[in-house]
Design a protein around this ligand. Structure first.
Ligand SMILES: [Zn+2]
Length: 149
């Protein structure tokens, strides 16, 4: 059991992925409180819906083969770059800069990138080649990690 134990849903999801990914996330759970997102395991119908709504680019997703995991630092905070830009936009339009909100969102972005770095570092340490959603061209998918193969 990792230092930051996974909840029941996360444990169920991890039990359905490739052993290499399972091992990576057991070690990640020793370093940072993590949750595994339900989008980790998908049916073909669910994948079709992901593509239709623009959340995925391909029907050839590794999520259909247990070779990808969507995970997030827990508790999950989805406020990222777009929200940061909104604070700046508000400041420009209304002349009021919400410094606290800006810092909060900035810290959340840092936390996400720290999480992505931990996952990457653990995978490298285990000698497993992975590809990150962070590295997708023109499509930022921070929770995503998949086996390269
Ligand atoms: Zn994914």
């Amino acid at each position: 059991m990792p230092k930051y134990p996974y909840g029941k849903r996360s444990t169920d999801l991890l039990s359905q992925v490739d052993e290499d990914l399972y091992d990576i996330f057991m070690d990640v759970g020793d370093l940072i409180n993590t949750t595994i997102l339900p989008s980790t395991i998908r049916t073909v119908e669910e994948q079709r819906e992901f593509v239709r709504t623009g959340r995925s680019k391909t029907m050839n997703s590794k999520h259909l083969q247990g070779k990808a995991v969507d995970a997030a630092p827990y508790p999950v905070d989805w406020r990222l770059d777009k929200e940061l830009l909104d604070v700046v936009k508000d400041a420009l339009e209304d002349g009021f800069f919400d410094k606290d909100k800006f810092k909060e969102i900035l810290n959340n972005i840092k936390r996400w990138y720290e999480f992505v770095g931990i996952v990457k570092g653990v995978a490298e340490g285990q000698g497993v080649s992975v590809r990150h959603g962070r590295d997708f061209k023109g499509f930022l998918d921070l929770p995503h990690v998949e086996l390269k193969e």
